[in-house]
Ligand binder design. Structure first.
Ligand code: NAP
Ligand code: 8YV
Length: 309
């Protein structure tokens, strides 16, 4: 029987399915350090997620670790370099979540621009009979800037055609054959954009890519949408830009220190806040679980994961 160290719980269905086929050590329960120390020699595989990650220190503690199998496409919380140094493959769950994350990004664009959540709060608070809301911003026909035209970014871009939007993007290099305009300078892209949507990975290479200069370029009429990682945005600079009216609004699914959300953002009417739910639908989470299991099975049967990072 394979001995699996599961870093954090996923759905009940997943936890049960994993435990039905393998010996599972539950890292999130009390006494995890003692558990790992006791069983370190026997652990074959780590099962984790984009949220729970896997540190270099943990990898170091497990001498016979053979694979890290993760739930979610983003792997910035996994020390991939430490795994590579020991030839330990790492898998993630790409593609199966593109549609849902892109749907949510578009939902955030519409909600933030048209003030839907704000209007909902207004109705529920009984304010409709006696007050009004400020006019909102139109979505259709606007300019959509995408930071990270990859699997999810392309899916967001595809959705924009129904809204007659022009799309430009910024990656480290242009996407070959892409019909969308490439902008090598992020400040230039932000200056051009009405909506700037972040769909690049998190981690050191993108830390605070969205800084004060980019926010100022997006400007008092611009809206920032982040469905990538909180680390991509300089969050204090974002709060400052919104507080001072230098940025028009923001729709956020991810934050610098989840699940902490700065109170200043909570208090702002022009900001829509979601609790990292980009992939959180029944259909997509099931597909992600299935891909994780397929990776695990492929590794145990053939020594190769299907979707390596
Ligand atoms: P992907 O296919 O690898 O696309 C990432 C894109 O970002 C690529 O086009 C890449 O192009 C670009 N990029 C990478 N580093 C960059 C940099 N330093 N500057 C500018 N562009 C850069 O990844 P994906 O599958 O679309 O996923 C993207 C991210 O979405 C994930 O890593 C995850 O963090 C996030 N995500 C969030 C949720 C959620 O629940 N909110 C759900 C799923 C995913 P170049 O390599 O050419 O630069
Ligand atoms: C998951 C995500 O919720 O795939 C990703 O990168 O951020 C989300 O789909 C997360 O990875 C699971 O913790």
């Amino acid at each position: 029987m394979t001995c699996i160290l599961q870093i954090g719980p996923l759905t009940e269905r997943f936890n049960r399915g994993l435990a039905a086929e393998h010996e599972v050590l539950r890292f999130w329960e009390e006494g995890a350090d003692v558990l790992v120390a006791q069983h370190a020699q026997r652990i074959d595989v780590v099962v984790t997620s984009g949220r729970f990650g896997c540190t270099a220190a943990l990898i170091e503690q497990i001498p016979n670790l053979r694979a890290i199998i993760s739930f979610g496409v983003g792997y910035d919380a996994i020390d991939v370099a430490a795994a590579r140094a020991r030839n330990i493959p790492v898998s993630n769950t790409p593609d199966v979540l593109n549609d849902c994350v892109a749907d949510l990004a578009f939902g955030l664009i519409i909600d933030t621009a048209r003030q839907m959540s704000r209007a909902d709060r207004f109705v529920r608070a009984g304010k409709w009979p006696s007050a009004g809301l400020p006019l909102a911003k139109q979505v259709s026909g606007k300019r959509l800037g995408i930071v990270g035209l990859g699997r999810i970014g392309e899916t967001v871009a595809k959705r924009s055609s129904g809204f007659d939007m022009e799309v430009r993007y910024h990656n480290r290099r242009p996407v070959e054959g892409s019909g969308y305009g490439y902008e090598s300078d992020l400040v230039e892209l932000a200056t051009w954009s009405d909506f700037l949507v972040l769909t690049c990975p998190g981690g050191e290479s993108t830390r605070h890519l969205i800084n004060r200069s980019v926010l100022d370029a997006l400007g008092s009429k611009g809206i920032l949408i982040n469905v990538s990682r909180g680390s991509v945005v300089d969050e204090p600079a974002l709060v400052e830009a919104l507080t001072e009216g230098r940025l028009g609004g923001a729709g956020l699914d991810v934050y610098a220190h989840e699940p902490k959300v700065p109170q200043a953002l909570i208090d702002m009417p022009n900001v829509v806040l979601l609790p990292h739910i980009g992939s959180a639908t029944e259909e997509t989470r099931l597909a992600m679980e299935e891909l994780l299991f397929a990776n695990l099975r492929a590794f145990l049967e053939r020594g190769e994961v299907l979707t390596a990072v």
